[in-house]
Design a protein around this ligand. Structure first.
Ligand code: SF4
Length: 293
């Protein structure tokens, strides 16, 4: 277990209307409702287990944990505040890239580090920004020869699919290097609106991949996880990771024991083909890769 540097964490409940409506009839309901325990954050875990506030920040708003990729904080807001969020204690404290000068510093950092080939536009949620700003971020990195992948990290398909328009997807597709990373946690979230939103990207050649989090009470049975993987692959959304909850303070009620996770993984592997089968992993601060469970 990680060393405890926890403080009281205040992470307000917040959800846009679509997310609120969906939550009422979804297994993902728990993801939006706070609990008393989560604000104490006195559970032995850290507020910032990955050192994003300080040691991994290379220039304001840019963090690097692995040699080939960097994460750029485009915003500190989301369409819904997921209770299990890894950054629940640092959103609002972590620097975001909110000026042209700050973006320029990030680009210069990447140019000084030629091993970087993959840029994550994250936050918060990158798509809370205007189209103009999203495109400015995407273009700034996509135009660099060393960059192969610009990942747009967003839960908009799951919690606010109306945000994704044909116009935005068309402009992003012209940059050729965009991949969308999203996070569906329940088959209930894979609605017709969500599928339409993802298809705006997929039909224009932008891959959409899903990083699910294994969450108690949401998707922690073999049947629920299998249903999610089937729904994703039917929508041509690639399920590529299922993460154990991170070592972050305040999310204990969502943790699933590792043995149970292994059983769910084994069940899914027996019941679905490799194309639809994600890797079940843990993100450990000291590790050089995402660790298979
Ligand atoms: S959308 Fe992502 S960054 Fe925002 S609260 Fe949810 S998990 Fe955290």
């Amino acid at each position: 277990m990680a060393r405890n540097n926890a403080r009281k964490v205040v992470f307000p409940e917040k959800a846009c209307p679509y997310a609120r409506e969906l939550a009422k009839r979804s297994k993902a309901f728990r993801l939006q409702i706070s609990s008393r325990g989560e604000t104490d954050a006195d559970d032995g875990y850290q507020v910032d287990p990955f050192g994003e506030l300080e040691e991994k920040t290379k220039v304001p708003g840019l963090t690097q944990r692995f040699p080939d990729r960097v994460l750029v904080m485009t915003s500190e807001n989301c369409f819904a505040n997921c209770r299990h969020c890894t950054r629940r204690g640092i959103l609002g404290k972590k620097k975001i890239v909110d000026t042209d000068e700050a973006l320029d510093s990030c680009v210069k950092y990447v140019l000084r580090h030629p091993k970087v080939r993959d840029v994550l536009l994250s936050g918060g949620d990158a798509l809370v920004l205007s189209d103009e700003k999203v495109l400015k971020f995407a273009e700034a990195f996509a135009k660099l020869d060393q960059i192969d992948i610009v990942r747009l990290c967003t839960r908009a398909p799951c919690v606010n699919p109306q945000r994704i328009t044909a116009k935005l997807a068309t402009k992003l597709s012209k940059l050729k290097k965009i991949w969308v990373n999203t996070q569906f946690n329940s088959a209930d979230e894979v609605t017709s609106q969500a599928i339409r939103a993802c298809n705006e990207f997929i039909s224009r050649g932008i891959p959409v991949s899903c990083q699910t989090v294994l969450l108690k009470g949401v998707n922690d049975t073999p049947k629920k996880m299998l249903a999610l993987l089937k729904a994703l692959s039917a929508a041509k959304i690639r399920p590529y990771y299922v993460f154990m909850c991170d070592d972050v303070a305040g999310i204990d009620r969502f943790r699933v024991p590792i043995e149970k996770a292994r059983q769910i993984e084994a069940f899914c592997a027996r019941n679905i083909g490799g194309l639809s089968m994600p890797r079940f992993v843990r993100d450990i601060a000291s590790a050089k890769r995402k660790e298979p469970i």
